[in-house]
Design a protein around this ligand. Structure first.
Ligand code: HEC
Ligand code: HEC
Length: 371
């Protein structure tokens, strides 16, 4: 009896072990094809495709290893999440500004003074110091704290030996590499063409689906949207336009204007002094501390926030807008001149308001799929 019992037990254990091991094999999930955003060229023109290849090419830095996409990550809203300041190709060097998203920047006009609103608008970089995407595209390649090439010839020599160099000659003709200035301008146009392509400006967020009548926002997201738009409450849409009713005819979540919203100095910044932004660029003290209003599209993916990456979460940012001027809650502004006290700083938002606005901001992430 005992023997039988033991045998029975043993058989049961063996069977179970067999079953478990078989089961283990059968339940193993089929290998998922992971979507490879970097190598998806669907729908891109030859020029946009070439630009995308250059944008991702890590052989173009000195030393090799860094591309535009290292700091403008395709799966993170084309920003550099987790880093207030991005390391350069030489890792010990870094700049003192947070990498912004390049998405939706194709709509930015060149820097100009808008007499109706009495503010500067447009331009690229946080301080508007460059006027076109083409002019911008070569700067990081030459910047010692970014891709660190010594000169244009060095970049063009690298482009000549890439696997895609034939595309260059196919599009631009056999002599394209003969004149380095011509070649680099072509490379810049290709990068800009990619940055202007639908892949970078897809308008595929839940909020876009909502605007097109194809999705409903939850009650909390709707409450956040209403607060966001309310010119007597959170006032966010005063600068981060949420409707198509503006000079751009699109909901870009920026009007490309400039403001000093009083962000504190980031103690981890490599520069000890204040960053005066647009005012430093234009050598105009009445503009000290002003930075370009960034788009909030994909903002849930791009933390940390502001030109110096001071805040890590959307909730912290919204609390800052609400309570900046309450004594003792936040360190003083990095640049005390010209701080905007009319539209922010004392909004008296409740914790529920903060959560609702954050929930709304999370509807701005591209790639929304209806369940
Ligand atoms: C080491 C990180 C790094 C690399 C590499 C890099 N960028 Fe940037 N990018 C930044 C930072 C930081 C800023 C903001 C700098 C400023 O405002 O002074 C920026 C700004 C920009 C902007 C302006 C966006 C706006 O809101 O005006 C564009 C466009 C851009 N980069 C494109 C590129 C391209 C194209 C490349 C490759 C040729 C590239 N970047 C490589 C960090 C990087
Ligand atoms: C007066 C214009 C103005 C108003 C009103 C405004 N913002 Fe901003 N916003 C800006 C500017 C300018 C910046 C960049 C400031 C900087 O980095 O110094 C910014 C940056 C941000 C960022 C950081 C984005 C990033 O990529 O780093 C978030 C998030 C944001 N705003 C959300 C809001 C919300 C939510 C509201 C309403 C509670 C709001 N803003 C109201 C002008 C405004």
């Amino acid at each position: 009896m005992n023997l039988f019992k033991n045998n029975f037990l043993l058989t049961t254990i063996l069977c179970l072990a067999f079953f478990v091991s078989c089961k283990k094999e059968t339940i193993e999930p089929p290998k998922k094809e992971t979507y490879d955003a970097e190598h998806d060229y669907t729908g891109l023109s030859e020029m946009e495709k070439l630009g995308k290849k250059i944008f991702f090419d890590k052989s173009l830095s000195s030393p090799a290893g860094q591309s535009c996409s290292s700091c403008h990550n395709i799966t993170s809203g084309f920003a550099d999440p987790g880093h207030p300041f991005s390391k350069g190709a030489i890792a010990s060097l870094m700049g003192n500004r947070n990498a912004p998203s390049v998405a939706y920047m194709k709509y930015s006009p060149s820097l100009y003074y808008n007499t109706v609103d009495s503010t500067y608008m447009g331009g690229f970089f946080w301080d508007g110091r460059v006027n076109t995407l083409e002019a911008q595209a070569i700067k990081p390649m030459l910047n010692p704290i970014e891709m660190n090439n010594a000169n244009i010839t060095q970049i063009v020599n690298k482009l000549k030996v890439t696997e895609y160099c034939a595309t260059f000659t196919n599009i631009y003709g056999a002599g394209v590499f003969d004149d380095t200035l011509v070649a680099i301008q072509f490379a810049a146009s290709a990068i800009a063409a990619y940055e202007r392509s639908f892949q970078v400006n897809s308008f595929t967020s839940k909020y876009d689906a909502y605007l097109n009548g194809e999705a409903n926002l939850t009650a909390q997201e709707l409450s956040g949207l209403n607060l966001f738009n309310d010119t007597a409450k959170a006032k966010c849409a005063n600068c981060h336009s949420s409707t198509k009713d503006n000079i751009y005819g699109l909901a870009l979540f920026t009007d490309f204007s400039y403001d000093n919203i009083g962000v504190p100095h980031n103690p981890s910044s490599p520069s000890a002094g204040p960053d005066r932004g647009l005012g430093a660029f234009l050598a105009n003290p009445s503009l000290y501390g002003q930075f370009k209003v960034p788009t909030l599209r994909n903002v849930a993916l791009t933390a940390p926030y502001f030109h110096n990456g001071y805040f890590n979460t959307l909730e912290e940012v919204i609390r800052f807008y609400s309570d900046r001027d309450s004594v003792g809650l936040f360190p003083p502004p990095d640049v005390p001149q010209n701080v905007n006290k009319d539209e922010l700083g004392k909004l008296n938002l409740s914790e529920q308001n903060v959560q609702d606005i954050a929930a709304f901001l999370r509807t701005l992430t591209d790639g929304y799929k209806k369940n």
